[in-house]
Design a protein around this ligand. Structure first.
Ligand SMILES: *Cc1c(COP(=O)(O)O)cnc(C)c1O
Length: 334
């Protein structure tokens, strides 16, 4: 079976690097949405909690239910706000406030310029008023940056907007509100950090997606993906492999089939420009739903050790490569 190995030491190394930036592990909210970016929700939640992380971020109720006993707070990004001891809910629209259950803990998301989710700056006063009237418990105010990974002034412009949002919250008389805006890119480039929390995802999983000119914080990939041999055969020169026979043996060679394919969430890619595994083996011919073919006789091969390198080959980003991997692949902590 294809297997995902989770390297605990590397994960803790990354969390330590992030804590150096935030000044405290108490300020790290571990983003565990989408099955912990494909690493395994409960498993990564346990590891984070054992390390001492107190806060988590997930997509919906279903994810929160699986990990909420491990944390002091769990921020749910995209579900209806209900009354809960641990869960807090991002409020993205004025409608979210009207739909929320009375007494629910909410975190107001302010749109400071990304224009994806969140309450517009000019609606913030109105949102705060309705939160008060509806007797919701405002525990946080947050925003998300669109260009934290880019040089230039865009990040600073959004940060300025957020400062003015914070002012509005204070003016409205709310207290004990936590403010947070940083994702991985923002905290990795930050010189000083004064907010209450960072929402860190990709950096904790070991990838720094910032381009060259930024300080290179050393991170280590947490995930390794392997596959097992299903069958081996000897090919004569000229014999062709897989659907469409896209690969032709240029010599006599031994090839094996391994149990990973696009059905497992592995990228099918383009057989004319084949993926090269972590061990330097090009995938021969097309990727099938459950199989790939390599020139190898090994029992087990390492397909990927660094999702960022794999992503480059496929023309995408590390997030997509890891998140796509099927929940059904076994995950083992090493
Ligand atoms: C996914 C997400 C994050 C984490 O982003 P990374 O780039 O992986 O650190 C932070 N905040 C919000 C609102 C998100 O949706």
């Amino acid at each position: 079976m294809a297997t995902i190995f989770i390297n605990q030491d590397n994960f803790y190394h990354n969390l330590n690097q992030i804590a150096l930036k935030t000044g405290s592990i108490d300020k790290i909210a571990m983003v565990l949405k989408d099955n912990a970016y494909g690493h395994g929700l409960v498993l990564m939640g346990r590891l984070a909690s054992n390390f001492g992380i107190k806060h988590a971020v997930v997509k919906n109720h279903a994810e929160a239910e699986q990990i909420k006993t491990l944390f002091q707070t769990v921020l749910v990004l995209g579900d209806r706000a209900v009354r809960d001891e641990i869960c807090t809910y991002a409020v993205n629209t004025l409608g979210d406030i009207e739909r929320a259950e009375e007494g629910a803990k909410v975190e107001l998301k302010v749109d400071t310029g990304m224009h994806r989710n969140g309450i517009a700056m000019q609606e913030v006063e109105c949102a705060l008023e309705r939160i008060g009237e509806r007797q919701l418990d405002l525990v946080g105010v947050m925003t998300h940056f669109r260009s934290a990974d880019a040089m230039g002034s865009e990040l600073f412009w959004q940060q300025k907007q957020f400062v003015s949002a914070k002012e509005k919250v204070r003016k409205a008389g709310f207290e004990n509100v936590r403010f947070h805006s940083h994702n991985s890119a923002a905290i990795l480039r930050a010189g000083t950090f004064t907010e209450d929390l960072v929402r860190v995802g990709i950096a904790a999983y070991g990838y720094n997606e910032l381009p060259e000119p930024f300080e290179a914080v050393p991170l280590k990939p947490v995930m390794k993906l392997t596959a097992k041999r299903v069958a081996a055969r000897r090919l004569k020169k000229g014999e062709r492999v897989g659907y469409g026979g896209d690969f032709t043996a240029s010599k006599e060679m031994t090839v094996s089939t391994y149990d990973l394919g696009y059905g497992d969430g592995w990228c099918r890619g383009d057989s004319k420009n084949p993926y090269i595994t972590a061990e330097g083996l090009p995938v021969l011919g097309r990727v099938s739903m459950d199989f790939i073919v390599l020139e190898s006789e090994k029992e087990e091969v390492v397909i990927m050790e660094n999702a960022q390198k794999a992503a480059k080959q496929f023309g995408t980003i590390s997030y997509e490569i890891t998140t796509a991997l099927s929940k059904d692949i076994e995950r083992i902590v090493v």
